[in-house]
Design a protein around this ligand. Structure first.
Ligand code: PLP
Length: 360
């Protein structure tokens, strides 16, 4: 049998949520940061209308979607690339700009796929400490090495939910060596757009990419559409490695319609923030410590890895799935997606009961 490249053989598959409810229990998943409501009805209607032309390949240039995004954000459509989810773009960035001689750097509790992308490119993955689960620009700068090729920062972060101000990202860019690519992943950016800190103009600082996705605030994780704003030279290199025809026509059309229904997405953000903040108060009242969240999830500090594992077992035994975060270097935490109110209530009730039982 043929053998894989040694760096692939050394990898473990990317860990997705394990979602198997015990027999007789209904599965409640608050584990994948999916939206609490479906996509805009306008997006669904637009997608349905494309089904009859599915014998045709989709637009390889995502023209209508790029134009819709450019109009909404006041950015140049030529700088936009769309991916099969932002995972696709993260993987391609690592393929182009990382390798055995160009390491990847990210904060200690960064989105785990940054590490996977580095490993796929056979690049070393370095981390910089965070302060209270919040990115530290000073620590990132101190962790830069002569062979650092890419710095990935998700802002807000996943699984932390915390964010740093745009001024800090600008300081990071301006203090990094110009040859280092800075990737700002704003998968949850829409949930903090009301702060007036959109980052697209940092791309003009040079060697900087900003990524977003339709999987979170737009409620379109199943459509698999991500996008980013790229400097032209980087976009040209990316196109060499991206799969052509990477986004189905129905998904492109649905995403463009969703962008043009901005009010619906904004409403989703508000409908998410209110129960998130309420849940944080309730959980704090019963003795839990959620980190500040600028996203559609809460990261709960359970006090110790043992406590997090014990609470996770209790929740799973009832069919409720949060996401343990040992893989992101936070074994004392559980991440809870802000889902439908009834699911949140069930999770909070079980956690409260667990606490009252004096676990672990
Ligand atoms: C920070 C971050 N980046 C990227 C992604 C990937 O999103 P997509 O569904 O667009 O591939 C996620 C998904 O959870 C995420 O949390």
């Amino acid at each position: 049998m043929t053998s894989p490249h040694p760096h692939i053989a050394r990898m473990s598959p990317y860990a997705l949520a394990d979602l198997e409810a015990p027999e007789g229990k209904t599965l409640i998943s608050l584990s994948q940061n999916e939206s609490l409501r479906p996509p805009s009805p306008k997006a669904l209607e637009a997608a349905a209308q494309t089904m009859g032309t599915s014998m045709l390949y989709p637009d390889p240039d995502w023209t209508d979607l790029r134009n819709a995004l450019a109009d909404l954000h006041g950015i140049d459509a030529d700088g936009i690339l769309c991916g099969n989810g932002s995972l696709d773009l993260i993987g391609c960035l690592a393929r182009v700009y990382a390798g055995p001689d160009r390491a990847v750097l990210a904060p200690a509790h960064a989105y785990p796929f940054f590490q996977t992308a580095a490993r796929m490119a056979d690049a070393r993955f370095d981390t910089a400490r965070e302060t209270n689960a919040t990115v530290s620009v000073d620590a990132l700068l101190a962790a830069v090495r002569p062979d650092t090729g890419i710095v990935f920062v998700a802002n807000p972060g996943n699984p932390t939910g915390t964010r740093i101000p745009k001024s800090e990202l600008v300081r990071l860019r301006q203090s990094l060596r110009p040859d280092i690519l800075l990737v700002i992943d704003e998968a949850y950016g829409e949930f903090s757009d009301h702060l007036g800190e959109r980052c697209f103009d940092t791309v003009a600082e040079g060697n900087t990419v900003v990524l977003r996705t339709f999987s979170k605030a737009y409620g379109m994780a199943g459509f698999r559409v991500g996008w980013g704003l790229f400097p032209p030279a980087i976009a040209a290199e990316m196109r060499k490695v991206m799969n052509p025809n990477n986004i189905p026509a129905s998904a492109q059309i649905a995403a463009a319609a969703a962008v043009r229904d901005d009010a619906y997405m904004r409403e989703t953000c508000e409908m998410t923030a209110a129960p998130r903040d309420q849940a944080a108060v309730t959980l704090r009242d019963v003795g839990f410590t959620p980190y500040p969240s600028f996203t559609n999830f809460l990261l709960l500090n359970m006090g110790s890895p043992e406590a997090a594992a014990s609470a996770d077992r209790k929740l799973r035994s009832e069919g409720v799935f949060l996401r343990p975060q040992g893989g992101a270097g936070l074994p004392h935490t559980l991440r809870m997606t802000v889902g439908p109110q009834a699911s949140m209530n069930t999770a909070i009730e079980i956690l409260t009961q667990w606490k009252q039982e004096g676990q672990p």
